[in-house]
Design a protein around this ligand. Structure first.
Ligand code: MN
Length: 343
């Protein structure tokens, strides 16, 4: 309990210190652009919405860059984008190219890797960059001294909740709170993993501010067909040793979400980690890895060795892999064995 109280205190203090930095940068910039990782999820869109509110508080109308194609977004995320569109300007990367100036600020949320946003290769065009995220840093982390990267929180939505709180920002549009709650639920698998005292406090705070719990439950209602596919992947999982379950499936086509959910589900078994790989619609393999809060495996390192991926010790993934299933399975097994020998 005592160490949890500390996590909470350190978190609030760090966020408070960062606030000054964020305010100064927003104020001195000519224009503010906001971006999250590609293929927006609930955590990313919720964080964009909350950061837009912070910019508005400082009298800056931010441009939110969303470059995903319709196919890459779920209906719920599209609905959230439409809501945010009522108050803020959403633009594409091409629009950004046409409106950039010498003195622009870029704020990235829920992402810190260069290759994970639609602005890859364009970061040098910004005078200042601020990164607010909850994923571990590595060599691909966007180069900037202005960053708030906290890995002992559930999600970027949790960080954004505390930032809004520090700024004393309250919106009568309660959908922002609903989105943040959905973001926290997504990254904690509905409070089943990766949650801290600060997470539970944020959840209570968001509900108190009017977050619609029933709506969020709706966002997470299972689709029957899709859930059967998740379980097909779980059924293929086998324990490679007593601590890791892996499943590599070359049969059928899965969405990234189904693959991630299968890894979440397999983690319910007595194990330390679960790795699931399956084919997506473009024929490549998508890989999702999940670990426990008390880390024994280092799934983010496994994803790094596998294909330059990353994440953190509870949730990690790597870029798509074009390979034969048997070869991929062998490669994953080799990495796990190698890591065991290292220990
Ligand atoms: Mn996230």
């Amino acid at each position: 309990m005592k160490s949890n109280e500390k996590q909470e205190d350190v978190l609030k203090q760090t966020i408070n210190e960062f606030k000054t930095n964020l305010t100064e940068n927003i104020k001195k910039s000519n224009q503010v652009f906001l971006i999250a990782h590609e293929k927006l999820d609930f955590d990313a869109i919720a964080s964009l919405g909350a950061m837009a509110l912070i910019c508005k508080r400082h009298k800056k109308a931010p441009y939110i860059i969303i470059n995903d194609s319709e196919d890459d977004l779920s209906d719920e995320v599209k609905e959230m984008i439409d809501k945010i569109k009522e108050k803020f300007i959403i633009i594409s990367v091409d629009d950004y190219e046409n409106s950039k100036t010498q003195n622009d600020l870029l704020i990235t949320v829920d992402v810190n890797k260069t290759f994970k946003t639609a602005l890859d290769g364009k970061y040098k065009q910004f005078k200042d960059i601020i990164v607010v995220d909850h994923h571990t840093e590595d060599d691909n982390t966007i180069k900037t001294k202005n960053k708030l990267i906290l890995t002992n929180v559930s999600s970027c939505s949790e960080i954004m909740y505390y930032l809004l709180k520090q700024y004393n920002i309250t919106s009568s549009d309660t959908f922002y709170y609903t989105f943040l709650l959905a973001g926290i639920y997504l990254d904690t698998n509905k409070l089943n993993k990766n949650k801290f005292v600060s997470t539970l406090e944020a959840v209570a705070g968001l509900i108190n501010k009017g977050a619609d719990q029933l709506r969020v439950d709706d966002y997470f209602a299972l689709d029957f067909e899709s859930d059967r596919k998740v379980h097909l992947l779980v059924d293929k999982a086998f324990p490679v040793n007593i601590t890791v379950f892996i499943s590599v499936c070359d049969d059928g086509v899965f969405t990234k979400e189904e693959i991630a959910k299968a890894a979440d589900y397999a983690l319910n078994y007595r194990c330390d980690a679960a790795i699931v790989a399956a084919k997506t619609k473009d024929g490549s393999y998508d890989v999702s890895a999940r670990g426990k809060v008390v880390d024994k495996i280092g799934i983010n390192n496994i994803m790094y060795i596998l294909n330059n991926g990353g994440g953190n010790t509870v949730s990690a993934s790597c870029p798509a892999i074009y390979k034969d299933a048997d070869e991929l399975k062998k490669q994953i097994l080799d990495i796990i064995t190698l890591k065991k020998i290292k220990k």
